[in-house]
Ligand binder design. Structure first.
Ligand SMILES: [Zn+2]
Length: 304
C-alpha cells in the first residue's frame, strides 16, 4: 500500500495520542492480594548523550528515556532514518539540545505535529558561529554553568507534562545542579594556578567553556564538524601557532583520527591527550566524571 505523506502524518498523530491517554497511574488488584500500583513511565526521547544524562538525572524512576543518536555516532551531521521517525510513535515528548545542533527537528515535527519539542537551550545566551551568519554554536553542554540551565529547562518540561510529580523532578534537578556547581568550583580551583590560557582543541567545541573560565581555545580543524580533516597548509599553520603560544599538549577526541594531533605533537615535542566534547560518549558513562577527565587533561596542558 502506498501512503501519501498526508495520510502518514494522520496515522502518526493518531498513534501518538494513545500513550498520552495511558499515561498516569493505575492500580491492579488480583485475587484479593494487596493492590500493586503500576506506574506507566513517561516515555521521553532525547537526542544525544548529554541530554540523556540530564533527563535521566531529573526524571529518575518516573521516566523512560531513550536516546535517538546512538553512542559512538557523531551528532553534528546525523540525520534520522525512517525507523528513527517510527520510534517517535512511542513518545509524546522529545528533548533536544537546541542551539542549532539538531537541524533535522522540523522534519520530525512535520511527520508528527503533536510531539512536544523541549529546547534545553532556552534562556541561554548563544554564541554566533561566524560574524554575519545566524549559525549558533551548539556546544552549551560543555559549560557546567549553562548545563545547569539545561537541567532546569528539562525539569520544567517534565513538571509541565506530569505536574503530580513536580516535587520529585525539582528535587532531582536541584541535586544534579549541586553536582554541576561542585564541578564548576573544581574547574575554577584547579585551573586558577595555571599560567597558560591557550589550549589546542581538536574541533571548535569549547567556546562556551573557554568564555566561562577565561581561556583561549585554538582548534586543529576549523568549523564545528570534527569530521573535517585539516589541509597540509592548515596543519603547518596550527603547528606554528602552537609553537608560538608555548603549547605542549595537543588534544584529540574519541571519534577522530589521533594521527592528526600526533603529527602536530611530534613537531612541537609535545604529547597528545583527549579533550572530549562528549559527543560520541557511551550513555553509561558519567557526565561529571567525563568532565573531570577533561579537567585533569586540561590542567596538564595549562599548568605544565
Ligand atoms: Zn562538536
Amino acid at each position: 500500500m502506498v501512503l501519501t505523506i498526508g495520510t502518514k502524518a494522520a496515522i502518526l498523530s493518531i498513534v501518538i495520542v494513545i500513550p498520552l491517554a495511558g499515561y498516569g497511574l493505575w492500580a491492579s488488584e488480583q485475587n484479593g492480594e494487596p493492590s500493586q500500583q503500576v506506574s506507566e513511565k513517561h516515555k521521553i526521547l532525547v537526542t544525544f548523550y548529554p541530554i540523556y544524562k540530564f533527563a535521566k538525572a531529573v526524571g529518575g524512576e518516573k521516566v523512560d528515556v531513550s536516546v535517538i543518536i546512538p553512542s559512538g555516532v557523531e551528532p553534528h551531521d546525523w540525520e534520522p532514518t525512517v525507523q528513527d521517525i517510527e520510534r517517535l510513535q512511542q513518545s509524546n515528548m522529545i528533548i533536544i539540545n537546541g542551539a542549532g545542533l539538531e537541524s533535522w527537528i522540523p522534519k520530525l515535527v512535520s511527520a508528527n505535529p503533536d510531539i512536544i519539542v523541549v529546547d534545553s537551550s532556552k534562556n541561554i545566551t548563544l554564541l554566533q558561529k561566524n560574524e554575519g551568519t545566524s549559525m549558533t554554536d551548539p556546544h552549551i553542554w560543555l559549560d557546567p554553568v549553562l548545563a545547569k540551565i539545561q537541567v532546569q529547562n528539562i525539569a520544567d518540561s517534565m513538571i509541565k507534562a506530569d505536574p503530580e510529580n513536580a516535587n520529585y523532578y525539582q528535587q532531582n534537578a536541584n541535586q544534579y545542579k549541586s553536582k554541576l556547581d561542585l564541578l564548576d568550583k573544581q574547574i575554577r580551583t584547579d585551573l586558577a594556578s595555571c599560567n597558560k590560557k591557550d589550549f589546542l582543541a581538536f574541533h571548535d567545541a569549547f567556546s562556551y567553556f573557554s568564555k566561562e573560565y577565561g581561556l583561549n581555545q585554538n582548534t586543529i580543524v576549523g568549523g564545528l564538524n570534527p569530521e573535517s580533516e585539516p589541509t597540509a597548509k592548515a596543519l603547518e599553520d596550527i603547528t606554528q601557532k602552537a609553537q608560538n603560544l608555548g603549547i605542549n599538549v595537543v588534544f584529540t577526541e574519541e571519534a577522530v583520527n589521533p594521527q592528526v594531533s600526533k603529527v602536530i605533537a611530534d613537531e612541537i615535542h609535545g604529547k597528545v591527550l583527549v579533550l572530549s566534547p562528549l559527543e560520541v560518549t557511551n550513555i553509561n558513562d558519567d557526565y561529571i566524571e567525563k568532565m573531570q577527565n577533561n579537567l585533569s587533561n586540561l590542567k596538564e596542558a595549562l599548568c605544565s
